[in-house]
Design a protein around this ligand. Structure first.
Ligand SMILES: Nc1ncnc2c1ncn2[C@@H]1O[C@H](COP(=O)(O)OP(=O)(O)OP(=O)(O)O)[C@@H](O)[C@H]1O
Length: 865
């Protein structure tokens, strides 16, 4: 039993051992599995953590990117919006109060939108202006706290006034409670009639008046042609013919209740029809009927909501400071009372140069009128010529500058040619010709004469030149069967037919004196004035001197042609006798009258400062650079300048000086082998006598290589110049005392005919009768080709050498007179009593019996320095 039991026990033990082993194995497996599972879990957890952190990083990056993109887009949108707002409300219409100041409206742009605050939330609120429509767009109806609304209205009014021209906006304020106190800062506008305060009893009359204004504008300004003043202004590019009328109605519930049916009806009419006529209502606390032109602004605290800004709330700007409003209004009133600023010289030029055609005339503004509109003057078939008058210093030269500036900026050198002559001392027109300091010149200018006060001959030469041009044009017109310039240009499109304008300042100098020159000048002027009209030749005569004008008045046929009259302040006799406008215009103004001065045709022009060199130079440089290739600069004649002897000259005789003519040319005397071909220089002025003989000798040396020269000098003062001439003439003889001269003359008495021999004598008369052979040489020399060119210090002394009292002057065929009066020259000249010659410095009178009918004035050259 025991063994059984032991067997059983052993069996059980075995089984237990097996079971234990199995259990241990199972436990171990389970533990392994558990560990594995734990590891998996830990790994999964670790991976999860990693993913979470990656995700968090990615999310953060995405968030940052989105934020950056948002910021960027929002910034761009804000910028765009701000730019749009700035362009819709430029300058004073939209600037913040910090930088606000009145601004000049841009040409062709009308402000319509005005800032009342800023839009949206910070930070955008700081930069996007909130704008409401007003001028030419809308009426404004405000609700909310009255004092805040009044601040908004004050800001709007100031912006409107600051961004329009003085006078373009008129205010009417109906303020029954405060009697104008709400907008008291605007009171200075009343001084210039730009503001009316209406009291409690004035509402009906005010509304009636506005309705009447609208009716009038519709009937006679828009006249069925335009739908609104804005459309009219845009279509005609003209200034607005009517101001904007802003009507501020400051009421409350009680005032609203007091409105009569009639007042309400008138107000409704204004709301319906006002905007097209520039009448705008800004109402606070009054019922304004619903209409597409009504913009409602609901003010609440410091913000507002309105249709123009939609759901975005408006943070209102503070009201403008009262002193700023008052100062701006005062300035505006003063500006308006002073009138619009005058146009500047630069404003006279068009945007594009040289676009005008002169076929039918020349039109250009001289300046602007009191209303700021340009005053144009015309030269063409009618009026053809102009007369300008005004006392010294009244601004004639300035006016001519302004006119020339406006003309030359419009008409190219193919369309316009200018001849400018100034008879007074000074160099007023010299700036148009190339100078030492400024090489530029005005391309349309063909001739400039300055300092010609002593040289009426130059004026005459110009008139003769124009007379020839007139004939040339008349001839061409006849050939082309044209009756006026426009037709000639149409028939001969390849021809060069610019309109010619000749300006002669202080022209009366030309007509002064009852001499042949004045007679010829008047004849030429008459012809040019009468026939120039159709040939495109226009005269502009200016004078400060009543006597000059009066001299013309005696010649009614001439004056009648000058239908364009321009009178500067205090000008006399330029306008009709009954026209006193020139007496009352202020400084730097002119009366322009294109109807011979009859009062009805007066136009007042404010002249810009065209004398300023800087402004001129800017225009001239521009025109100069635009000049056509090959265009010659203008000829400048300066009466104060002494021309130099032209070394390069080739002449066929003795050159004596420069003639006074449109084109400079030398005066030449030809010394042929014929009796009388001697030259006498007469007068006491040593320098000029030497200049004439010096030029004559030098030029003769270039004519004939075989020519011989003898220089006789019997005057110490002339000796240096004579010496220089002697040195310039190779092989010339030199004789400086009477004895030697007598020997020379004796020799020459027997010389047979041969190559020319010129005996140039300085101060023959100094020999005082010790040269008896001189008379013989003068009489007989030329036919043997021996010519005397001599200087005598007076006509009597020459006569002494020719045989004394009663002697004939046949041996002197040509002469140059210096300080010798015309009457003394009578025995030497064909005119009975002698030529009308009054000696003047640096001028000489030249006569050559062989070619002249009358003597001509010359300018002795500066020779041999
Ligand atoms: N519109 C103007 N604005 C400013 N200054 C002007 C104007 N017109 C003329 N002046 C100035 O007035 C002065 C006299 O003008 P200007 O020389 O044109 O007068 P004038 O009538 O030609 O005088 P005069 O006959 O004595 O030469 C000049 O100094 C000129 O610069």
């Amino acid at each position: 039993m025991a063994s059984v039991r032991q067997g059983v026990v052993a069996g059980v033990r075995r089984d237990l051992a097996v079971a234990r082993g199995l259990t241990r194995a199972a436990l171990s497996a389970a533990e392994t599995a558990r560990d594995e599972a734990r590891r998996h879990r830990d790994e999964a957890l670790a991976r999860h953590g990693e993913r979470l952190s990656t995700l968090a990083t990615a999310r953060e990056a995405a968030r940052n990117e989105i934020r950056a993109r948002f910021d960027q887009t929002a910034g761009a949108v804000v910028e765009d919006l701000a730019a749009v707002a700035a362009s819709c409300a430029p300058g004073a219409a939209g600037a913040s109060w910090r930088t606000w100041r009145p601004t000049e409206p841009e040409r062709g742009r009308r402000p319509g939108l005005f800032r009342i605050g800023t839009l949206g939330q910070e930070p955008a609120a700081a930069t996007i202006p909130a704008l409401v429509p007003l001028l030419d767009h809308a009426h404004l109806s405000f609700t909310g706290d009255p004092s805040t609304v009044d601040g908004v209205i004050a800001g709007l009014l100031l912006r409107v006034l600051g961004s329009t021209r003085p006078g373009e906006v008129r205010l009417t304020v109906y303020d029954p409670e405060q009697l104008g106190g709400s907008l008291a800062g605007f009171a200075p506008l009343g001084n210039a009639d730009l503001l009316t305060f209406v009291g409690p009893g004035g509402l009906t009359a005010m509304l009636d008046d506005l309705v009447e204004q609208i009716r009038r504008i519709n009937e006679s300004v828009l006249a069925g042609e335009y739908a609104s003043l804005a459309e009219l202004t845009a279509a005609t590019a003209a200034r607005r013919p009517e101001p904007w009328r802003l009507v501020v109605l400051l009421g409350d519930a009680a005032t609203a209740a007091d409105l009569t049916a009639g007042q309400r009806a008138q107000l409704d009419r204004i709301v319906r029809t006002g905007v097209a006529c520039g009448v705008h209502v800004l109402a606070r606390g009054l019922p304004i009927e619903t209409h597409p032109t009504v913009e409602r602004v609901a003010v609440s605290g410091g913000t507002a909501a309105c249709g123009a800004t939609g759901v975005l709330p408006v943070r209102l700007d503070p009201p403008p400071a009262a002193d700023r409003v008052a100062a701006a209004c005062r300035e505006l009133a003063e500006l308006l009372l002073a009138g619009p600023p005058a146009a500047r010289f630069a404003d006279l030029a068009p945007e594009k140069l040289w676009t005008e055609c002169s076929a039918t005339g020349l039109a250009a503004p001289l300046g602007d009128g009191p209303d700021g509109e340009f005053v144009e003057v015309l030269l063409g078939d009618d009026p053809p010529h102009a007369l300008i008058g005004g006392p010294s210093g009244s601004g004639k030269t300035n006016l001519i500058y302004a006119w020339l500036g406006a003309l030359t900026a419009r008409y190219s050198p193919d369309e316009l040619a200018l001849y400018l002559l100034d008879f007074k001392e000074g160099v007023s027109f010299a700036r148009f010709a190339p100078g030492r300091r400024d090489p530029s010149w005005l391309p349309q200018v063909r001739l400039v004469g300055v300092n010609v006060n002593g040289d009426r001959e130059f004026g005459l030469a110009l008139l003769r030149h124009l007379g020839e041009e007139l004939r040339r044009r008349a001839h061409a017109a006849k050939r082309h069967e044209a009756t006026k310039l426009a037709e000639l240009r149409a028939e001969d499109p390849s021809g060069h037919w610019p309109r010619i304008v000749a300006v002669i300042d202080e022209f009366q100098v030309l007509l002064a004196g009852r001499d042949a020159m004045a007679t010829e000048a008047v004849g030429l002027l008459e012809d040019l004035a009468r026939r120039g009209r159709s040939q495109g030749i226009h005269l502009v005569l200016a004078s400060q001197d009543v006597s000059g004008i009066e001299a013309l008045w005696g010649r009614s046929a001439l004056v009648a042609q000058f239908t364009l009259r321009i009178a500067l302040p205090k000008a006399r006799r330029i306008l009709a006798d009954t026209n006193l406008a020139a007496d009352v215009i202020p400084r730097f103004h002119a009366v322009v009258n294109a109807d011979s001065g009859v009062p009805d045709a007066n136009r007042i022009v404010r002249l810009p400062d065209a004398s300023d060199r800087g402004a001129w130079r800017a225009l001239q440089e521009k025109l100069w650079h635009a000049r056509p290739e090959g265009l010659e600069p203008p000829r400048l004649f300066d009466g104060d300048a002494v021309p130099s002897y032209p070394e390069e000259l080739s002449a066929d005789g003795a050159v004596l000086g420069e003639t006074i003519d449109v084109q400079p040319r030398p005066a030449v005397v030809r010394l042929a082998r014929a009796p009388g071909r001697n030259l006498a220089v007469l007068g006491t002025r040593v320098e000029e006598a030497c200049a004439v003989l010096g030029a004559a000798g030098r030029s003769l040396a270039t004519v004939d290589d075989d020519a011989r020269f003898s220089v006789v000098c019997l005057d110490d003062d002339a000796s240096p110049a004579a010496g220089l001439l002697h040195a310039a003439l190779p092989g010339a003889g030199w004789y400086d005392d009477a004895g030697a001269a007598a020997e020379l003359l004796a020799q020459l008495a027997d010389t047979p005919t041969g190559p020319p021999h010129y005996v140039i004598g300085y101060a023959w008369d100094a020999a005082a009768g010790r040269l008896p052979a001189l008379r013989e040489l003068l009489a007989r020399g030329p036919e043997r080709h021996v010519h005397v060119l001599g200087w005598w210090r007076g006509v009597t002394r020459l006569r002494d050498d020719l045989g004394g009292v009663g002697a004939r002057f046949d041996a002197v065929g040509a002469w140059v007179a210096l300080d010798v009066h015309g009457s003394e020259l009578s025995p030497l000249s064909p005119q009975p009593g002698g030529p009308s010659w009054y000696p003047r410095p640096h001028r000489a009178l030249f006569f050559d019996r062989a070619v002249h009918r009358a003597p001509e004035v010359i300018i002795p050259y500066e020779v041999g320095r």
